[in-house]
Design a protein around this ligand. Structure first.
Ligand code: PMP
Length: 438
C-alpha cells in the first residue's frame, strides 16, 4: 500500500529551467552541455520582461522579426478577432479572407512583376519552395539538365536540406550532412563593400565560376545586399545588378532571399530595391507577421507560375499549415502598419543612432570593423566571442543581444528609442573594452 501510494505520487514539479536544460533542445545546442537559457515571462514594446520583473532592451527583434515591437495593440487585435472566427483550416480546396487579403497586400508591396504567392510556414520552407519552383521551371521548359543552384560563399538560407546545400560551405552544415546535400556551385563571397567605391573583381570571379557550370545551372540564389547569419556583411548593389544580368544572359532564374532583409530592415522596403533589381522568385518571412506567427511566403513572376503550370503541371508542395488564417490575419495587420510608412523615418533614425553609438568601438584594439546599414549595426572582432560570458554581462546591463562567431550586432525593433539604442551601443562598447567577450 505504502509503496503503491508512493509510486502514484506525482513527481514534484521540477524547476522550469531544470526541465528546460534536461529535456528541450535550443537552436544549435548540445543536449548534454546546453548553454544556460534566460527565462522570459512577457514582452512589450522593445522590452523583454524577466521572472524577477527586470526588463531587457531587445537588440535582436527576436532574430529580425519583431519589427513593430512586442504586444502591439493592432497585431493583438487582429489575432483576437481572427481566433474568434477560425484559427486554422486546410488550404487544400478551401480559401479564406485572411489569405486573400494578405496575398493582395503582399503582392501590392512587392517589386513589380512578382504576382504569384505561395504561403509557407517558415523561412526555410519558403526557400525550399523557391528551389523547387526553379527546378520545376527548368523541367517544364525542357531544360532538364539544369538541376544546380549557383550561389556565393558566406550565405545563409535556412536549416532544411535544400537550404543547407546553398549555405556557406565552410559552416558545419556541409561537412555534417555532406552525404545528403545536393552539390551546388559556389562563387567566392562578394568582396565589394556597400557604401564603398565598387570593385568589380568579385563579380568577375562569380562570372568565371558561373560560366564553367553554365549548362547545369537552374537559378542563382543569394541574400540581397546583406549576408546575414553567414557573417553579417553588406555588399555593393552593383554586384546584385551584375547577378541579375548574368541570370538574364543565360536564361536562368534569380531567387532573392529577403527573409531577413525584407520589410524595411535595410532602409528600403526590400533590399533588392537598393539595386533596382527585381528577382524572378523572392522569399520573405520573419517580419512578415511582425514576428507574431510562423509564416513566410515565396513570390514568383507570372512567367515562373505559368511555365510550371503549362500542360497540366502543378507546383509540388503543400504544407499542412499553409495559409494559416491566424498567421495571415496578423501578417496583414503588420503590413498595414508598414504601409503607413513610419518605418522609413524610424529606420533612418536608428541608422544614425547606431552609427553614433558604435563609433567608439572603432578605436578598440580587438575591433576589426564596425558597419551599419539601416537598422542593423555590426561590430566585428579579432576573436571568437564567448557567448555565455558576454550574455551574462549584457543581461546585467539590461540589454538582450546574441552574438555569434566574431560578431556583436543589433537589429532592434523599429520602435526603439534613441536612449535605448545608446544603451545597446554602450553595452557593446563596455563588453569589448573590459574584455567580457573573450
Ligand atoms: N534565409 C535567411 C536569409 C534567414 O536569415 C533565415 C533565418 N535566419 C532563413 C532563411 C530561414 O528562416 P527560418 O528560420 O524561418 O526557417
Amino acid at each position: 500500500g505504502a509503496l503503491a501510494s508512493l509510486l502514484l505520487e506525482p513527481e514534484p514539479p521540477s524547476d522550469d529551467l531544470d526541465f528546460d536544460r534536461t529535456h528541450l533542445w535550443h537552436p544549435y545546442t548540445s543536449a548534454t552541455r546546453p548553454l544556460p537559457a534566460t527565462k522570459v515571462v512577457a514582452a512589450r514594446g522593445t522590452r523583454l520582461v524577466l521572472k524577477d520583473g527586470s526588463e531587457l532592451v531587445d537588440g535582436m527583434a527576436s532574430w529580425w522579426c519583431a519589427v513593430h515591437g512586442y504586444n502591439h495593440p493592432a497585431l493583438n487585435r487582429a489575432a483576437r478577432e481572427q481566433i474568434g472566427r477560425m484559427s486554422h483550416v486546410m488550404f487544400g480546396g478551401l480559401t479564406h479572407e485572411p489569405a486573400v487579403e494578405l496575398g493582395r497586400a503582399l503582392i501590392g508591396m512587392a517589386p513589380e512583376g512578382l504576382d504569384h504567392c505561395f504561403l509557407a510556414d517558415s523561412g526555410s520552407v519558403s526557400v525550399e519552395v523557391a528551389i523547387k519552383m526553379a527546378l520545376q521551371y527548368m523541367q517544364a521548359s525542357g531544360r532538364t539538365e539544369r538541376t544546380k543552384l549557383f550561389t556565393v560563399r558566406g550565405g545563409y538560407h535556412g536549416d532544411t536540406c535544400g537550404c543547407m546545400s546553398v549555405c556557406d560551405p565552410d559552416g558545419g552544415m556541409h561537412h555534417l550532412f555532406s552525404g545528403l546535400l545536393p552539390r551546388q556551385v559556389f562563387a567566392p563571397r562578394p568582396d565589394c563593400r556597400f557604401g564603398a567605391e565598387y570593385d568589380p573583381s568579385s563579380l568577375a570571379q562569380a562570372r568565371d565560376v558561373f560560366e564553367r557550370h553554365a549548362r547545369e545551372i537552374a537559378a542563382i540564389i543569394v541574400e540581397p545586399i546583406v549576408q546575414g547569419a553567414g557573417g553579417m556583411r553588406f555588399y555593393h548593389p552593383d554586384y546584385l545588378r551584375g547577378l541579375r544580368e548574368l541570370a538574364d544572359e543565360h536564361g536562368v532564374l534569380l531567387i532573392l532571399d529577403e527573409i531577413a532583409t525584407g520589410f524595411g530592415r535595410t532602409g528600403k522596403l526590400f533590399a533588392c530595391q537598393w539595386a533596382d533589381v527585381v528577382p524572378d522568385i523572392m522569399c520573405v518571412g520573419k517580419a512578415l507577421s511582425g514576428g507574431y506567427m510562423t509564416l513566410a511566403a515565396t513570390l514568383a513572376t507570372r512567367d515562373v507560375a505559368d511555365t510550371i503550370s503549362a500542360d497540366g503541371g502543378v507546383l509540388m508542395h503543400g504544407p499542412t499549415f499553409m495559409g494559416n488564417p491566424l498567421a495571415c490575419a496578423v501578417a496583414k495587420a503588420s503590413l498595414d502598419i508598414l504601409r503607413q510608412n513610419a518605418w522609413q523615418t524610424q529606420v533612418r533614425e536608428i541608422e544614425g543612432w547606431l552609427e553614433h553609438s558604435l563609433e567608439g568601438c572603432r578605436s578598440l584594439a580587438d575591433v576589426t570593423d564596425v558597419r551599419v546599414l539601416g537598422a542593423i549595426g555590426v561590430v566585428e572582432l579579432k576573436h571568437q566571442v564567448n557567448v555565455q560570458e558576454i550574455q551574462k554581462f549584457f543581461i546585467s546591463r539590461g540589454v538582450w543581444l546574441r552574438p555569434f562567431g566574431k560578431l556583436l550586432y543589433a537589429m532592434p525593433p523599429y520602435i526603439i528609442s534613441r536612449d535605448e539604442v545608446a544603451r545597446l551601443g554602450k553595452a557593446i562598447f563596455d563588453a569589448i573594452a573590459t574584455g567580457r567577450h573573450v
